[in-house]
Write a protein that binds this ligand. Sequence first.
Ligand SMILES: C[S@@+](CC[C@H](N)C(=O)[O-])C[C@H]1O[C@@H](n2cnc3c(N)ncnc32)[C@H](O)[C@@H]1O
Length: 165
Amino acid sequence: MTQSRLDLFVDRMVSQRACLDHAARVIADLPGPVFELGLGNGRTYHHIRHILPDRDTYVFERAIASHPDSTPPDEMVLLGDVYNTLPQALERFGPTAALIHADLGGHNRAKNDIFARKISPFVEPLLAVGGLMVASDRMYFDGLVEQPLPDGAVEGRCFIYRREV
Ligand SMILES: C[S@@+](CC[C@H](N)C(=O)[O-])C[C@H]1O[C@@H](n2cnc3c(N)ncnc32)[C@H](O)[C@@H]1O
């Protein structure tokens, strides 16, 4: 039986939570900031702050429209299109991110895939060795290694990558 849009949405939500919880445990001893790509309503940002309260968490978003409880302070926002702000972040932070979470897509899966292909080379150099990248769309990295999903995550609804060297 095919999945309804509600089924797909629920799978994406539970997968995001399972992958972020897993990633927070894996990077517990790895220093470095967290980058949240795509604030949206701010639900995943709020969850990241909940599970990693002591991490500097920078948000990349072109227009802030989040729930008031999930709105980052101005100094933690890189406002603008990620095609501009990701290269700026590389100059500012270097390859230091312990965790990058990306949920930048919309409703069109084909468009999301094209976008993921285009931004992958901008995301890849930001990750520290040992760092994890969690994405709602398949990414296209040269040097990052795809990781098995944790219990509770649904195949194809979330992806995890790690910089090994
Ligand atoms: C699906 S929402 C994120 C939802 C969020 N994870 C949550 O839990 O509420 C995607 C967000 O990515 C942002 N976005 C999409 N493309 C972008 C781009 N090229 N540059 C900056 N932000 C972008 C959109 O403005 C939107 O707020």
